[in-house]
Each structure stands twice: as structure tokens, then as C-alpha cells.
Design a protein. Sequence first.
Length: 218
Amino acid sequence: MKMRTRCGRDINVTRFAPQGLPTSMGRVVLDTAFTPHDEGELWASLTAEEARRLAGLLLFQAAAVDPQPAARPGVVDVVPIAGDAFDIRVRGHVLTVDQPLPDGGKDTAPTPVELFVAAVASCAAHYAGRFLDRHGVGRDGLSVRAEFRMAEERPARVAALSLAVHVPTLEPRRLAALRAVVSHCTVTNTLAQAPEIALDVRCDTEDEIAEQPGAGIE
């Protein structure tokens, strides 16, 4: 996997697993060639966006050589960090949510609502990417932009959400098929047929009270 920085340097992120050894003993390889201006030292200057992309490529390859232990699917745990920030734990992966400064948070991460919108957009991107794969079209330039508006009245909710899928190299005759595929991604289907939500609220002291003599008698 290659990325080119704004300063013109090519950085390759690959993985290497010694023949005959387990995949977990492999290594992530960061490879870039010397350029005339390196003057004996190999370095790279990255914009913030390039640094995030490089981090994503490193994590992608790291998962291949050091897979996370198996965890039960269909379970998400959320635990507090500090203030309005929470860790979201999914099968060994960790995401973070927070609130904007005007809402009392520290703005260290997206809000839960923004993650919801991101789920719709990224699910659409996944379906679009698979569509391109099936038709032998590269994913270069594929992008999905989501814009949303909150409802002005109660209850608090997202009132409107729009997606813009950009595929620069697809033949125009395939656009209708792509639209049909993307419009039925798993997350969008879930919104169209909302799941039942069961809520169980309890505290540790509940059991302690129930065990006390005469508990529940007023």
C-alpha cells in the first residue's frame, strides 16, 4: 500500500512474514527511498491528513500480522474516560466519542450522532467499493460525503441526512446499478426497518437492597 506525501515522497506500508513461521511473528514494513534532499538522513514531512492516512495504513497491516484475539460478535461496550468522553470497545478495537466545546465537552472526538452518520457513510462506501471490485474498476478517487441536519423540535434526532458518492472512473451506464447497491447497504436498511430496542437499567446497589431483611416492604 503506497501513499505519496505533499512533498513528493512515496511511502510504502507492507508486511513481511518469514516463510514457515506463524503470521503473528511477521513485521510491518515502512519503506521509502532516499531523495537528493535527504542528505544522509531519511525523513518524511507529513501534513496532518497524511499522518492520519499513514496511521491508518500502519494499523491495517498491523492487524494482519498481529490479529486481535477472537471476541464475541454483536457486543459493544462503552465506558467513561473523563467528562463527556467515552471509550467504545468493539472486538478489541477502541473508538472514542466526546461532545463539542459549546455543549460542555472537550471536543477530543466525534459525537455519537456524528459516528452514527459516519456509519451510514462508511457503510455506503463499503458497498460502493465492493461494487467497483466486481466490475474491475479501481477504488482510487472513491469518496462519500454525508451531510446531516438535526431536528429543531423534540425528540432530539437527526432530521435529514444526504449522501454524495463520487466515483470518477465508473462508466455512466453503471451509475443506476451503483445507486441501487449503495441505497441498500446494511446500515441504511436498518434505518428503513428500525430494530427493536430493549433497555435494561440497573445498579450494583439494587441487589444489595434486595438481600436486606424486609427489602421491598414499605
